[in-house]
Write a protein that binds this ligand. Structure first.
Ligand SMILES: Nc1ncnc2c1ncn2[C@@H]1O[C@H](COP(=O)(O)OP(=O)(O)OP(=O)(O)O)[C@@H](O)[C@H]1O
Ligand SMILES: [Mg+2]
Length: 242
């Protein structure tokens, strides 16, 4: 299996950026983040595909809930050792491949870390959930040292109810004290996220109640493209490429 480091070279600029949304804690917001970040990148004019590697197949069921999602998905939940190769086949057709992780750390997760450019770790804002991600960060560090030195990661606080809460502040402070990257944008606790799933849409659904969600997803998307060094290529309102 080629690692990202081995693949980088002459074609680096033309190849898709791979974003892996992962956290072994169940319910931390991986699927919601993956879908909405994919929608944000599409809105920014990028060619995007969402990849499901979770046996729960939430990405697949999200797409099946409606016809309002303007980018495709690939279901690799059943792929055993060939998931990296299947993802590589998508590299020349897309600008971004967004992988929705699974609530565990296993061989498949390590394989995804090896081929990714960026790991997004959605985290509910409490120190208990943060401490549980230590094993994931250790795994990321190991992959950075061995196989994929350019792998970036950043925490994303998701399901934020109130920034004035003690637990929120403690969690944010702990992430920063450890020197871990953290997106400035928070994804707030909003009913429209599960609603978007229910109607097979995303934060960009044309309902007035979804607008604050669309705004924060766009802010997150801007941070992501800047972090990946392609902020000059993708902007909100750019027409998606054919
Ligand atoms: N920002 C949010 N506001 C409101 N509800 C949210 C938000 N983010 C996630 N949820 C809800 O929380 C639950 C868990 O979210 P999600 O399925 O994205 O987590 P996950 O990490 O993918 O879970 P799993 O580990 O089972 O794959 C879902 O019901 C989802 O709709
Ligand atoms: Mg999920």
């Amino acid at each position: 299996m080629n690692t990202k480091a081995e693949k980088d070279g002459a074609t680096q600029d033309d190849e898709a950026k791979i974003i892996f949304v992962t956290n072994q804690k169940g319910g931390s917001g991986k699927t919601v983040t993956a879908m909405n970040l994919a929608a944000g990148l599409h809105k920014f004019g990028a060619r995007v595909i969402a990849v499901d590697i979770d046996p729960q197949n939430m990405i697949v069921s999200w797409f099946n809930n409606g016809q309002d999602i303007p980018f495709p998905y690939s279901n690799l939940a059943a792929a055993v050792d060939n998931a990296p190769r299947e993802i590589e086949k998508l590299m020349s057709s897309y600008d971004f491949i967004i992988i929705d992780g699974r609530p565990q750390i296993d061989k498949k997760v390590t394989q995804m870390l090896m081929i990714s450019d960026l790991v997004v770790i959605p985290l509910r804002p409490n120190t208990m959930d943060f401490n549980a991600t230590k094993v994931l960060v250790d795994q990321i560090r190991a992959v950075q040292e061995e196989d994929n030195p350019d792998l970036k990661f950043a925490y994303l606080l998701n399901q934020v109810a109130d920034e004035r809460r003690m637990l929120y502040t403690l969690c944010r402070d702990e992430i920063q004290e450890k020197g871990y990257p953290l997106f400035k944008t928070n994804i707030r606790m909003r009913e429209c996220y599960p609603q978007a799933y229910a109607i097979g849409a995303t934060a960009y659904a044309s309902h007035r109640a979804f607008r604050p969600a669309a705004t924060e997803v766009s802010e997150l998307t801007e941070e992501v493209v800047n972090l990946l060094g392609v902020g000059d290529r993708y902007r909100l309102s750019k027409k998606p490429k054919a």
